[in-house]
Design a protein around this ligand. Structure first.
Ligand SMILES: Nc1ncnc2c1ncn2[C@@H]1O[C@H](COP(=O)(O)OP(=O)(O)OP(=O)(O)O)[C@@H](O)[C@H]1O
Ligand code: SF4
Ligand SMILES: [Mg+2]
Length: 339
C-alpha cells in the first residue's frame, strides 16, 4: 500500500451539512442528506460507497452543475478557500450561472469524468478545446493559449503532442482521451481536481498509468484531489484520506492506512470485506446484505440499520452524528457512543 502524506493540513474545501435534493413528480429524492467533509490543501481524498450513495451528486454540487429543476441545494455550505484572493466563499450560495462560479469552475475547481466524451466536444480539435478554456480563464490570446495546450499535452505524456493538437477526440484511444481530459482540467492550474471514476472505463495497465500521472501532476501543480471510485485498490494507492459515503451522508473519515486497518463503521467493514484489498489480511469475502435503498423517505434512525449486523434499538430511532472517535478518525455509529 502506497503511503502519501500531505505536508499542509490547512483546508481548501469545507463542506458543511450539505443537502442536495431532487424534486421529482411525486416525491423528493434526498441524494445528499447532510454531508460533512473537509479536503486538506495539496492532499488526495478518496470518496467511496456503493452505487447510488450520492458520490457524483456531491461532485456535481461542488461544481454547481446540478440540473435545476429538478435538483436543488436546499441547505448547507461549500466553503472554498480561494487561491486568487485568499477569501473564503460559500459556493452553495452563489449563482451557478454567474461570473464568479464560471471563474471558479475550471479556474479553481476542475472535474474529470469516467467517460471523457461527456466533456470533450467531438467537433473541435483537442488543441482548440484546451486553448478555449485557457483563453477564458487566463485572459490570454489564442496563440498563447495553444502554446499552453501543447505544454499540457506534453505534461500528460501523450505521444506526438504536436500532432494531437490538430486531432479530434474520436481519433484518440480511451486512455489518450482521459489524458486529454486531465490536461484540460489542469490547464488553468485549479487548486482542486475532482476525478469521478476517472479510470473505470480503462483497462488495468492504462488505469495504473493514469493514476501514476495524476499523482505526479499533483506534486507539480500542488492540486488537491477528490478521487471518487468503487475500487478500494485505487484508493489505497492514491489517497491520503478516505471518506465513506452511505445514502447521502459521510459515515466514516480517516487517514487511508487507519481506515483500511481499523475500520469502525459496520458499513466500511462490509465494503472492505466484500472485495479483496491489497495489503489487508485475506478474509472470506462476504457481500453486504441488501441494497442501497432509494433515498426518498426520511429515515428516523441510522440509514444503514436495515442492513447492519450490529443494529440496536437506538439505531432505528435516532441518527448517529458524525464525530471523532480517535484523533483524525470520525464515524457516525452508535457503537462508539461511549468512546
Ligand atoms: N438528475 C437526477 N435526477 C434524479 N435523481 C438523481 C439525479 N442524479 C442522481 N440522482 C439520484 O441521486 C442518488 C445518488 O446518485 P449518484 O449518481 O450521486 O450516486 P453515485 O454514488 O455516484 O453512484 P455510482 O457509484 O453508480 O456512480 C441516486 O439515488 C440517484 O438515482
Ligand atoms: S448506528 Fe447502529 S445500525 Fe448504524 S451502523 Fe452503527 S450499529 Fe449499525
Ligand atoms: Mg457516480
Amino acid at each position: 500500500m502506497l503511503e502519501k502524506h500531505s505536508n499542509d493540513a490547512s483546508p481548501i474545501l469545507e463542506i458543511r451539512n450539505l443537502k442536495t435534493h431532487f424534486f421529482l413528480e411525486d416525491h423528493v429524492l434526498r441524494a445528499l442528506d447532510g454531508v460533512n467533509l473537509t479536503l486538506a490543501r495539496k492532499s488526495t481524498l478518496g470518496l467511496v460507497g456503493e452505487s447510488g450513495c450520492g458520490k457524483s451528486v456531491m461532485a456535481m454540487s461542488v461544481m454547481r452543475l446540478i440540473q435545476s429543476p429538478p435538483g436543488k441545494i436546499v441547505e448547507g455550505e461549500i466553503n472554498l478557500h480561494r487561491k486568487s484572493t485568499g477569501e473564503v466563499i460559500d459556493i452553495a450560495k452563489i449563482d451557478p450561472l454567474g461570473p464568479i462560479m464560471r471563474d471558479i469552475r475550471g479556474g479553481e475547481i476542475a472535474i474529470v469524468f469516467q467517460e471523457p466524451m461527456m466533456s470533450l466536444n467531438p467537433l473541435y480539435t483537442i488543441g482548440n478545446q484546451i486553448a478555449e478554456v485557457v483563453e477564458i480563464h487566463q485572459k490570454v490570446g489564442h496563440k498563447q493559449a495553444l502554446d499552453r495546450a501543447y505544454e499540457m499535452l506534453t505534461k500528460v505524456q501523450i505521444s506526438a503532442p504536436k500532432q494531437r493538437l490538430h486531432e479530434y477526440p474520436h481519433q484518440l484511444s480511451g486512455g489518450m482521451r482521459q489524458r486529454v481530459m486531465i490536461a484540460l482540467a489542469l490547464s488553468c492550474n485549479p487548486s482542486i481536481l475532482i476525478a469521478d471514476e476517472p479510470t473505470t472505463a480503462l483497462d488495468v495497465t492504462v488505469q495504473s498509468q493514469i493514476l501514476d500521472l495524476m499523482n505526479e501532476l499533483q506534486s507539480d501543480f500542488d492540486t488537491s484531489i477528490i478521487i471518487i471510485t468503487h475500487n478500494l485498490g485505487v484508493v489505497s494507492q492514491m489517497a491520503d484520506h478516505v471518506a465513506v459515503m452511505y445514502l447521502g451522508k459521510i459515515v466514516e473519515f480517516a487517514e487511508t492506512r487507519e481506515l483500511f486497518h481499523n475500520p469502525l463503521h459496520p458499513y466500511t467493514e462490509g465494503l472492505l470485506n466484500s472485495v479483496p484489498v491489497l495489503g489487508r489480511k485475506a478474509k472470506a469475502l462476504v457481500p453486504i446484505k441488501g441494497m442501497v435503498p432509494t433515498p426518498t423517505d426520511v429515515i428516523p434512525g441510522c440509514a444503514f440499520a436495515p442492513r447492519c449486523p450490529h443494529a440496536m434499538a437506538i439505531c432505528h430511532e435516532q441518527q448517529p452524528p458524525l464525530r471523532e472517535v480517535h484523533p483524525g478518525h470520525q464515524t457516525a455509529c452508535w457503537l462508539y457512543e461511549d468512546a
